[in-house]
Design a protein around this ligand. Structure first.
Ligand SMILES: [Zn+2]
Length: 347
């Protein structure tokens, strides 16, 4: 017995489940996962995968915590909100208290075509904890091009859906939905709200798929799109096995990756449920938060910690991160957000 075997004591109930077993547990311990987004779905995914003993979790999230997150983002508490922490940082601290045997790497960043290849360079699976289709199509491009499985999940209101993509085996996201819906045409957490139980259901369905993939049990992966509507008590499973033959898929069949190449995708993002807009630029640059704090001192109240700076002005709150990104709270209009940003931070 090695030390590592002794450390498996904590997983004994999970290893007792025969299809996983000690063999599967060893594979989990050697596995690496990229969790994209650590909000509502990501909270459940992160805690489940950490407790299950997935050896390495890279958690990428662009956002910081607010009080209205706590209704559904079960990894966080009021202290995290009071500290004004980025979600990735708060998540990592919590997860390290849950399982100190695994490695957690928090990354405070917005996933886009300029950084996803690097973020996914050494992982065995991509896990969707995002809230938007742009990022999901980007993940899908990366997954199919580099042959990395990914697990899609999304929720709105009391409804959610999930699907697992094993590239060149199961249908991909583009097979299912040929184009991303135009901005403003689909309901968001802002317009339709979101109930926590549906998040927990979908994230749990995603998590078991990740455990199947990482423990060497791909044959057990779901080949269906699962849709649940918990208020109306409907659960549907839609078979996808013929879909790859039925569509001429840009991604799977033609090998085109416009999202990954930056030919699709915008530089502003309306943040789901937040009345806020994020601004980012293709070229990354470091912002001196110290210098900016000085500049803004006369404009309005400025708060800061080592990761971000926050200015309250008029009815807006402008949060600037060290990598130059900004989140403008108080508007869901990208143009207004650009104006506020240009006025106080500069372009
Ligand atoms: Zn496809």
């Amino acid at each position: 017995m090695t030390d590592r075997d002794d450390n498996f004591d904590r997983y004994v109930r999970q290893m007792r489940y025969a299809p996983l077993g000690e063999r599967g547990q060893r594979k989990l311990a050697q596995s690496r996962a990229l969790l994209c987004g650590c909000g509502a779905l990501g909270s459940v995914l992160a805690t489940t995968l950490a407790r299950a003993g997935v050896g390495f979790l890279r958690i990428v999230d662009r956002d910081f915590l607010e009080l209205n997150n706590l209704q559904r983002q079960v990894l966080y508490d009021e202290q995290d909100v009071a500290a004004g922490l980025p979600k990735a940082i708060a998540a990592a601290a919590k997860l390290r208290r849950i399982n100190s045997q695994i490695e957690i790497e928090p990354v405070v960043a917005d996933i886009d075509h300029t950084n996803l290849v690097e973020l996914a360079r050494d992982v065995n699976v991509l896990v969707d904890g995002t809230d938007n289709f742009e990022t999901r199509f980007l993940l899908n491009d990366l997954a199919v091009k580099h042959d990395v499985p990914w697990v899609y999940g999304g929720c709105i209101g009391a409804e959610g859906q999930t699907m697992t993509i094993l590239p060149h085996d199961t249908p991909c996201l583009t097979c299912l939905v040929q184009e991303a819906p135009p901005p403003g045409t689909t309901p968001t957490c802002d317009t339709a709200g979101i109930l926590a139980p549906v998040v927990n259901v979908i994230a749990s369905l995603q998590a078991i798929e990740v455990l199947k993939i990482l423990s060497g049990n791909r044959q057990a992966v779901s080949r269906q799109l699962t849709v649940v509507e918990l208020w109306e008590n409907r659960i549907r499973q839609i078979k996808l096995n013929k879909l790859r033959d039925q569509v001429d898929c840009r991604t799977c069949d033609r090998g085109e990756y416009p999202w990954l190449e930056g030919r699709l995708g915008s530089q502003t993002a309306v943040l789901c449920g937040r009345n806020a807009v994020q601004l980012s630029r293709p070229e990354r640059y470091e912002t001196s938060l110290d210098a900016l704090a000085e500049t803004l001192a006369g404009v309005g109240p400025v708060e800061r910690n080592q990761y971000l700076l926050r200015l309250s002005v008029d009815s807006y709150v402008v949060t600037v991160f060290a990598d130059g990104r900004a989140i403008i709270s108080g508007t869901d209009d990208p143009a207004t957000a650009r104006t506020v940003y240009a006025k106080y931070v500069g372009t």
